[in-house]
Design a protein around this ligand. Structure first.
Ligand SMILES: Cc1cc2nc3c(=O)[nH]c(=O)nc-3n(C[C@H](O)[C@H](O)[C@H](O)COP(=O)(O)OP(=O)(O)OC[C@H]3O[C@@H](n4cnc5c(N)ncnc54)[C@H](O)[C@@H]3O)c2cc1C
Length: 604
């Protein structure tokens, strides 16, 4: 019999791919500091400033940002943990570490002129906003219109906003009392010619506030993430020529000559936006971290909140099928998507300097599938907690708002998923995939095989649809297939996630824990087959009667999980003490009463 600690360690390894102690444990511990206590009654500006303070706190206690950037697993862990206690901290930290300093890391470490900016950002003397999106250029950001025109007389670039649609939008320029150096994406213009989009280092605010020529205002209020997302206009802002973060071997010479490599505009843009690829892994990490925390909170509460059961008296609400069913589905999807993310992170870290197109597209699929799934998980958990689910102090409601940002930022899911699938579609095998085996009694090991076949059939169907009418113009052809492409992306993610779960499960030694995890894998697979049932029946892969067998097996999984779920969430690396959410406390009634400020004598 293994000890509870041993078993917990095995589940931690399963969830965190064996990397919890090395990359996550100290970050989780940091969150116990009182600076992360919930603070009531803050206005938008106070909440935003507190987030910057908390970000400074984290920065001061871990290795430097440049060291974090050199260990991608550490960056991903940083994306995951502070967001659990302050969802806006995800945005501040990840924009600063990954997008902004990361742009210097990728394009400017060896340029002496940039050293003071890198020092300021690395030491967090300055925060670093990343300014790509413009009011009229979001998903179409490649067409952005801010210009950086070279002025040979002064050997500077002049940054300009040509019109209202080209104002930088959503980046963090709303507070001018925090010193900042931004990375601004702009079109490099030299001798009247547009050379494409490059990153430029632009000091935004110093101790005297916003620099002359930069006109910025905070965007209107939005719920929860009280940060300083802003609208920014550049009016002839001069920066030294060396502030252009050009590619390897690209520079403005002493003689004022511009030396660029001839890249097509798409390659140039992707190279300038290189940090978006690890950024998407960070986004997925934050979304799934919050999703797992929501499941943890909702299941803890479900085990303690009593309600009357027909003819039985009081029992915990988890006993109801209508309660544990959705929560166990959420648990299975949260763990399954985490396994998928682990797999793709491993592929990414093998060579961060060269990310093949196919891997980049797969990372996009993972970002979308993970954040969509996390949105659904968090909303389910919110609802299953009743009124307790709507209070910020109980965390889950704040995670709802985090996910609203994550599905849109760093590539809106609908656009990103469909584009990524169009890049991955060519890989499907030309032959028709095999039929599905019978689904009457499936095992955990069958799940990846079944899900793989379903996604292969969907690929073939999508390719056929795109070929159907060769006379049709591409827009109408693509429009007829775009929703299928998004659906295929989800199936692809589920298939890969299930394979990774099965592999990770073989490393779990404790037989009882493995049995619980196998039930979770089976549930993950059955739920995906159920989701794809219309496609499967329409394409002759399943009979309508098979759905009864699927339903029966889903209920069997629920029963198995009722006896094993606690061991699984025990391995999420979180605790009631860390999250400090009254609803998950052992005595939630007292904790909530205290959080409301009722006098102690009532409950002590
Ligand atoms: C919380 C938050 C923080 C952010 N922080 C930053 C930041 O620090 N720096 C920065 O530069 N940007 C930032 N952004 C901006 C973010 O990158 C953009 O919001 C994102 O790129 C989407 O652009 P958009 O909002 O203009 O949406 P739009 O492009 O206007 O899209 C609106 C809708 O239209 C649909 N749509 C658009 N194009 C297509 C298409 N081709 N095919 C099908 N459907 C389409 C989309 O699916 C979406 O539903 C942030 C955004 C958020 C929400």
């Amino acid at each position: 019999m293994e000890s509870r600690e041993d078993v917990r360690g095995q589940v931690l390894d399963f969830v965190f791919d064996g990397k919890f102690e090395r990359y996550h444990a100290d970050l989780a511990k940091l969150l116990e500091d009182p600076i992360f206590n919930y603070q009531a009654g803050l206005n938008q500006s106070q909440a935003g400033h507190l987030t910057y303070e908390r970000s400074r706190f984290v920065h001061a206690r871990i290795e430097s940002p440049l060291e974090v950037l050199s260990q991608p697993y550490r960056l991903f862990a940083l994306a995951e943990w502070p967001a659990l206690m302050d969802v806006a901290a995800f945005s501040v930290l990840m924009v600063h570490y990954n997008l902004t300093l990361g742009s210097f890391f990728d394009h400017g470490l060896d340029r002496p002129g940039l050293a003071p900016h890198i020092k300021n950002l690395n030491e967090l003397q300055h925060f670093g906003p990343f300014m790509a999106t413009e009011l009229g250029y979001g998903n179409n950001v490649a067409a952005l219109r801010t210009t950086a025109e070279y002025d040979p007389a002064t050997r500077t670039f002049r940054i300009n906003t040509p019109d209202v649609l080209a104002q930088k939008y959503m980046s963090y320029s709303g507070f001018s009392d925090i010193q900042k150096t931004a990375v601004v994406m702009a079109r490099l213009k030299y001798a009247g010619k547009d050379h494409g989009v490059y990153p430029f280092a632009v000091p935004l605010c110093n101790e005297d506030g916003m620099r002359p020529g930069i006109i910025a205002s905070p965007c209107p209020e939005k719920p929860v993430q009280g940060l300083d997302n802003g609208l920014t206009w550049f009016d002839n802002v001069q920066i030294p020529a060396g502030n252009a973060l050009l590619g390897q071997g690209e520079y403005v010479g002493e003689d004022g000559q511009l030396h660029l490599k001839s890249n097509n505009s798409r390659t140039r843009f992707l190279s300038s936006m290189s940090r978006i690829v690890p950024g998407r892994l960070c986004v997925a990490s934050a979304g799934l971290g919050s999703a797992r925390a929501s499941v943890y909170l909702a299941l803890k509460y479900a085990g303690r909140r009593l309600t009357n059961f027909p003819a039985q008296g009081d029992a915990p609400i988890i006993a109801y099928r209508s309660h544990h069913g959705p929560l166990f589905r959420a648990l299975a999807n949260g763990v399954g998507m985490t396994a998928l993310l682990n797999r793709v992170k491993r592929e990414y870290v093998t060579d961060t300097s060269h990310v093949p197109t196919k891997l980049s597209a797969l990372i996009s699929v993972v970002k979308c599938a993970a954040t969509w799934e996390a949105t659904s998980i968090i909303n389910t958990c919110r609802e299953r907690c009743g009124a307790q689910g709507i209070f910020s102090v109980n965390r889950i409601a704040d995670y709802v708002s985090l996910l609203q940002g994550l599905v849109t930022a760093e590539g809106d899911n609908a656009v990103l998923m469909s584009t990524a699938i169009s890049q991955l579609l060519g890989d499907s095998s030309p032959e028709a995939p095999a039929k599905l085996k019978a689904v009457g009694h499936i095992s955990a090991g069958d799940v990846p095989v079944l899900l793989d076949l379903i996604q292969e059939h969907k690929k073939v169907a999508l390719r056929n649809k795109l070929r159907q009418d060769e006379d049709a113009d591409f827009t109408s052809l693509w429009n007829s297939a775009i929703e299928d492409a998004i659906d295929l992306g989800t199936s692809m993610a589920k298939s890969l996630g299930s394979r990774e779960m099965v592999e990770a499960c073989t490393r779990v030694r404790d037989a009882q824990t493995r049995q619980g995890l196998e039930a979770l894998i089976k549930l993950f697979g059955l739920v995906e087959i159920e989701r794809s049932a219309v496609f499967c029946i329409a394409n002759g892969l399943l009979q309508a009667a098979d759905l009864n067998a699927i339903q029966r097996q889903i209920l069997e999984c629920y029963d198995l999980l009722l006896t094993s779920y606690e061991g699984i969430i025990d391995g999420f690396g979180i605790s009631e003490e860390l999250l400090r959410a009254p609803l998950a406390a052992s005595n939630y009634a007292v904790s909530f009463t205290r959080a409301c400020g009722q006098p102690e004598y009532l409950y002590n």
